[in-house]
Design a protein around this ligand. Structure first.
Ligand SMILES: Cc1cc2nc3c(=O)[nH]c(=O)nc-3n(C[C@H](O)[C@H](O)[C@H](O)COP(=O)(O)OP(=O)(O)OC[C@H]3O[C@@H](n4cnc5c(N)ncnc54)[C@H](O)[C@@H]3O)c2cc1C
Length: 421
């Protein structure tokens, strides 16, 4: 088979490259930026995604460079406990959940790709500009983003577009889609060193959908401290974005810290933690409507290019990794008929991820926090007067099943790259 062109060297693109290379397919990655850098803040990998990275020999390195959380706990805006549940290994999964700095995850994938596939097959400064399908393949043109000059022309047997939420390939197939959609929520994301909260392995969500604080450790650091990833979220009534979203846009404390002033709990001083961070990044809660097709002939979409979703429920990176492994499985089953392989991939992944996009719009696993806020905005004496464990379990179990990481589902099937499609 001729080279498979992978447009975009983010989490999805590099995982796809590694997975296809492991399966014996020749790949080339074309990334828009000039230099792959360790950007972002914290990100979570759910057990089903870690399983797939384990199959690529990366899970040990990732776990050593992150934290494997054992609990997810919900609290009210006053710090009253609502719910906690075991996660990862503590919940009986054979694979852990991993919380890690996105930059470290990206660096680990990039180093593995350079070592295993070869640095000469990972081209930076190559922004996908246009592509055409020929009788037996794809011809793609890449440009230098700043000068607009052509930086590479590639011929391949097929193309996987992993070029993120502003995907050029997606725009080619859906030219009228326009900007991502915003639900009015703003997220200030940051990292601060601090003492472990609870057992140092707990991911916690406090508040409700209009005002929320999320905290999870991503690294143990010297002196018994941890690098703590936080997200402070405020919902506004606006829905028109003033400017295009950007993962690297700096945030301003004055815009959100005052609203969290009173969030001083016996177990965490939220405003002090936020104020101790060297800086924050401001990101709006954006996604796109699910589309009815990802695969067109010899081109397909993957990761955020295919299913941009709200960063709720730890699914952004995890679902891109599942896409990569499913695509590998489809090509292993139907490698002699690329179009059929890409159709099978589309059928296997698109409905599953469309459900997550829509569930995340409907609050996803955060619904219990909303119910408690509605029913007891001023707090409660006994939680059982407000919500029952069964009500909460219905939501959290349902979300796990829908996102494909219910324990039984995961343990009963082989790795996605080894399934029959
Ligand atoms: C700089 C950055 C920081 C992020 N930080 C966080 C974070 O802190 N927490 C979090 O949960 N998620 C973060 N994300 C998003 C997260 O990585 C994705 O939602 C998820 O991992 C899915 O991965 P993806 O590969 O589909 O998309 P991405 O990880 O966004 O990767 C897309 C890649 O494609 C490249 N690209 C874009 N256009 C083109 C083009 N035309 N041609 C070639 N290449 C192109 C981009 O430079 C990028 O490397 C960040 C994304 C980026 C790009």
């Amino acid at each position: 088979m001729d080279d498979i062109i992978i447009a975009g060297g983010g989490i999805g693109g590099l995982t796809t490259a590694l997975s296809l290379h492991h399966a014996g397919f020749p790949v080339r990655v074309f990334e828009s930026v000039d230099r792959i850098q360790a950007l972002g803040v914290g990100i979570n990998l759910l057990p089903h995604a870690v399983r797939e990275l384990d199959a690529l020999g990366l899970a040990g390195d990732l776990a050593a460079n992150g934290i494997t959380p054992s609990t997810l706990a919900y609290f009210t805006k006053r710090g009253q406990p609502i719910w906690d549940e075991p996660r990862g290994l503590a919940a009986g999964y054979r694979w852990p959940q991993i919380s890690i700095h996105r930059g470290l995850l990206h660096t680990i994938l990039h180093s593995a790709a350079e070592a295993q596939i070869g640095a000469d097959r990972i081209h930076t400064g190559c922004h996908l500009d246009r592509f055409v399908e020929t009788a037996d393949g794809i011809e793609a043109t890449f440009i230098d983003r700043r000068s607009g000059a052509v930086s590479a022309m590639a011929k391949g047997s097929m193309m996987v577009a992993c070029d993120g939420i502003h995907s050029v390939a997606r725009r080619h197939f859906y030219p009228n889609e326009g900007m991502p959609m915003w639900n009015g929520s703003l997220l200030w994301r940051g990292l601060a060193d601090g003492p472990p909260v609870f057992d140092g392995r707990t991911m916690l969500w406090a508040g409700h959908p209009r005002q929320k604080f999320v905290l999870y450790p991503v690294l143990d650091v010297p002196g018994g401290l941890q690098q703590l990833n936080f997200i402070a979220e405020l919902r506004t009534d606006a829905t028109e974005l003033a400017e295009r979203e950007d993962w690297n846009r700096p945030g301003d404390l004055d815009d959100f810290l005052p609203q969290f002033e009173g969030w001083v709990f016996p177990w965490l001083d939220v405003p002090a933690l936020i104020a101790s961070a060297p800086g924050t990044f401001l990101f709006p809660m954006v996604d796109r409507d699910p589309v009815e097709r990802w695969s067109f002939g010899r081109t397909t979409l993957l990761g955020d290019a295919a299913h941009p979703m709200y960063p709720i429920g730890s699914n952004g990176a995890s679902q891109a990794i599942l896409d990569a492994r499913t695509l590998t499985g489809c090509l292993l089953c139907h490698g002699d008929d690329i179009e059929q392989a890409l159709q099978r991939y589309d059928e296997a992944r698109r409905p599953a991820t469309s459900s997550i996009v829509l569930a995340n719009r409907g609050l996803g696993p955060e619904l219990p926090m909303q119910l408690v806020e509605q029913r007891a905005p001023d707090g409660f004496e006994r939680l059982s007067d407000v919500i029952t464990p069964d009500e909460i379990l219905d939501v959290t179990d349902g979300y796990r099943k829908m996102a494909g990481f219910s324990l039984q589902q995961l343990h009963d099937r082989p790795s996605l790259a080894e399934m029959q499609y």
